[in-house]
Design a protein around this ligand. Structure first.
Ligand code: FAD
Ligand code: NAP
Length: 339
């Protein structure tokens, strides 16, 4: 097997923040069987490895001096058993396209996750979530190559240790595991999740009292288009900070000081704060400095219309983070992975 290896490749088109930088080596992975050889290529040169999907949840702080595995595998299989449908999609498939293809076939469960950019292989990494649904609710198994033990592995949903925007792929298996495909457990039953306020408000406003899964997807797409910048038009990586989770006791104190604070209970002991609200109150909504800043419709989304470099992106993010810390005493954590 001959690998398709390129040297000194620009990554600007391969990250949605449009940060200009280069990779020392880039290997196009068009078939999962190329992965072991690509890993050995890097290991034999003592180079680090980065697995790249569509680049919509990463920030390059500078040139990448290792080997980038550019996952481009394709293929989806469907198998049914009564109302249950198992859908196995290759890591390089486009996530949103998969959502729409499943809907067209009458396979439901991921309609709330429509229009999330990126690949299928990256979806379990941060347990993508939106509008009240998280990926883990439909994951049957995640398949891939373990780079150290040099073997193919399948992880069950439990073994993925999914949590809020988190999984084992961000922790114990970080940089050790290349996801090659994901099996989803979907259904032909038309039960929908419309509890999320922005979604139910939209459906009510449009007179849709008994929404189908397709109605839900259409609503999610319309809401997202109305407030989120399309990375093709304005470079961005979605939410730049995670919603901070604080103790219920700290929340009571914070609410006394800021009665309008937007927050949601996680459990009896903790509360999730809307980071977008904190950013807006700290004065960062719509603010840009030298070509980089925060979106006018959603202060949590860092936008980079000037396509500035990673250091300038981090400088504006750090300034915003400091302001939120000073005003609320809350520490914001960056969501995209920084390389
Ligand atoms: P990349 O950015 O390429 O990679 C992200 C991380 O996953 C990297 O650490 C990478 O090494 C790792 N990775 C990628 N592929 C693999 C693989 N095959 N095996 C192992 N590791 C891998 N996220 C949400 O959760 N909900 C949202 O609603 C949402 N909305 C967004 C809206 C916009 C406009 C944008 C730009 C982003 C949004 N995101 C959202 C973030 C992003 O879309 C998701 O995190 C997505 O899953 C990233 O996919 P990707 O292929 O671009 O991953
Ligand atoms: P929004 O509707 O303005 O809500 C702001 C925040 O409040 C969200 O982050 C959301 O948390 C939380 N929230 C709202 N209703 C909630 C409820 N009923 N229960 C629990 N939490 C609730 O948010 P938005 O920015 O327009 O985004 C809409 C959805 O798309 C959100 O789910 C968001 O996570 C997702 N999104 C994610 C990214 C990303 O890059 N990660 C980018 C864009 C949008 P949650 O984030 O936990 O849902």
């Amino acid at each position: 097997m001959t690998l398709n290896v390129r040297q000194q490749v620009s990554l600007r088109q391969l990250n949605t923040l449009a940060v200009e930088c280069s990779a020392a080596y880039l290997v196009d992975i068009s078939a999962a069987q190329h992965i072991p050889e690509a890993v050995e290529f890097a290991r034999s040169r003592h180079l680090p490895i980065m697995v790249l999907g569509a680049g919509s949840n990463i920030l390059f702080s500078g040139d990448y001096t290792g080997v980038v595995l550019n996952i481009q595998t394709r293929g989806v299989t469907y198998s049914g058993n009564g109302a249950q449908v198992l859908v196995e999609a290759a890591a390089g498939e486009n996530w949103h396209q998969l959502v729409m293809n499943c809907l067209q076939r009458g396979y439901y469960g991921i309609e709330n996750l429509a229009l999330i950019p990126g690949t299928v292989g990256a979806a379990p990494v941060q347990n993508i979530g939106a509008y009240g649904v998280e990926l883990d609710s439909v994951v049957e198994a995640v398949h891939g190559w373990h780079m150290e033990s040099k073997c193919w592995m399948t992880l069950s949903r439990e073994q993925c240790e999914f949590a809020y925007r988190d999984s084992i792929f961000k922790r114990a298996l970080r940089d050790h595991f290349v996801i090659t495909s994901v099996t989803l457990n979907l259904t032909t039953e038309t039960k929908v999740h419309t509890e999320y306020a922005a979604l139910s408000d939209y459906l009510d406003a449009n007179g849709i009292s008994q929404p189908t899964p397709l109605d839900v997807a259409d609503a999610v797409i319309a809401i997202r288009r109305s407030k989120l910048p399309d990375p093709e038009e304005i470079p961005n990586a979605g939410s730049f900070f995670k919603n901070p989770v604080i103790s219920a006791a700290d929340f009571v104190k914070l609410r006394q000081q800021f009665p309008g604070i937007v927050a949601y209970p996680v459990d009896d002991a903790s509360v999730k704060l809307a980071a977008g609200w904190l950013m807006e109150q700290a004065g960062w909504k719509g603010v840009q400095q030298d070509g980089v800043g925060f979106h006018a419709e959603q202060a949590l989304v860092l936008v980079n219309p000037g396509a500035v470099g990673g250091a300038a992106v981090m400088a504006v993010a750090d300034a915003a983070r400091r302001d939120v810390q000073d005003k609320f005493g809350v520490t914001l954590e960056v969501e995209p992975r920084i390389y």
